[in-house]
Design a protein around this ligand. Structure first.
Ligand code: PHE
Length: 356
């Protein structure tokens, strides 16, 4: 049939030189589309004599599939080239070092709390907890603190608001961790050995006081627990905490919830303006303590004729400052990383928030 070779040469060269998918598509339409040149030729087959058709039919079909194949091959080549371009443009260097992520440090108070809890755990003390918003009964009455006691005066205690017309005594922000003594006794009864670390609140603010600070309460009740046990437990604790033998000194004192009561000092010295715990002949007050008052045992629901024991309350902030040489209480609230690192608080190895 006339013109087949010309058609073949024309479209194969157009396919070969088409740039881009659109150009290739217009070549396809011009050759094989409904009104394409080759399609029109195929329609003419009907008008041919059978002899002519027998030659022209296969020739046209062959041309059609050859051009079709050429179109597909060209399309594939173009796709490959495009992919090559993308791979070059979007190349990712997986050998680059990762971007360092900023790490926080554990807060000194949290660290010291954990250190203390671990030492007391070795002596059989479990951790107990209570609410920071406390009823005045747990914070005061149950601890044998009479309504006229100065600790109840407004200048020490934060009182929560009551709705107008609600005449119940207001809740307070607990002023010490001692209410946890009552809660633990009510929950667990005796014998008992617990510590209760946590936040406490007093209306106080200067270089050595903040309105929120931290205490650890200790409570040990059994049938024959004495002040001697208290002294041993505290000396064990301080020696473990400071990593050196620390002597303690008991001074007679008064708390409504203990009888007898003692304030406890630890041995220390000042060398060149630096405080050293566990040496020298100086003393520093660190906690209040005593034998739990019978009224407190009764309020906790246990019989003071059978049970007795000691309690103590210690400031955690002070303990952190003493061990890590931190000079200013207010610094705890800044939580500046550079400051924390300066005092040797290391970055957390792994965030604890989602620890399994
Ligand atoms: N709760 C007392 C305070 O905050 C400390 C204390 C606790 C004293 C337990 C004796 C027994 O000062």
């Amino acid at each position: 049939m006339d013109g087949i070779q010309e058609l073949r040469a024309k479209y194969l060269s157009q396919v070969a030189s088409a740039e881009g998918a659109e150009a290739l598509e217009s070549v396809r339409l011009a050759a094989l589309g409904k009104k394409g040149e080759i399609s029109l030729k195929m329609r003419e087959l009907g008008k041919m004599s059978p002899e002519e058709r027998q030659i022209a039919g296969p020739a046209l079909n062959g041309l059609k599939s050859e051009i079709d194949a050429a179109l597909k091959a060209r399309k594939a080549a173009m796709d490959d080239a495009a992919l090559d371009e993308r791979l070059k443009a979007e190349w990712l260097d997986v050998t680059l070092p990762g971007r360092a992520r900023a790490k926080g440090t554990i807060h000194p108070i949290s660290q010291v709390t954990e250190e203390c809890a671990a030492i007391f755990a070795d002596m059989g003390f479990r951790v107990a907890e209570g609410p920071q918003i406390e009823t005045d009964w747990y914070n005061f009455d149950a601890l044998n603190i009479a309504p006229e006691h100065p600790a109840r005066q407004e200048h020490d205690t934060f009182f929560m608001h009551r709705a107008e017309g609600d005449n119940r005594p207001p809740h307070v922000l607990r002023t010490h961790t001692s209410p946890v003594q009552i809660r633990a006794l009510q929950d667990q009864g005796a014998p008992i050995r617990v510590i209760a670390p946590g936040r406490v609140y007093r209306m106080d603010m200067d270089v050595t006081h903040t309105p929120m600070f931290h205490q650890i309460e200790g409570l040990a009740i059994d049938k024959d627990i004495s002040m001697a046990n208290l002294k041993w437990v505290l000396e064990e604790f301080f020696s473990a905490y400071f990593g050196t033998k620390v002597k303690t000194r008991f001074r007679a004192s008064h708390f409504p919830f203990t009888e007898p009561s003692a304030e406890v000092d630890i041995q220390c010295s000042w060398v060149g303006g630096q405080l050293r715990v566990g040496e020298g002949d100086g003393w520093m007050e660190v906690l209040g303590s005593g034998m739990v008052h019978p009224n407190v045992l009764r309020d906790g629901g246990i019989d003071p004729e059978i049970w007795q024991g000691f309690a103590f309350g210690m400031g955690i902030d002070r303990m952190a400052m003493l061990k890590y040489g931190i000079p200013d209480l207010r610094a705890f609230f800044e939580s500046d990383l550079r400051w924390l690192r300066h005092y040797g608080f290391s970055a957390l190895q792994a965030p604890t928030i989602h620890a399994g």
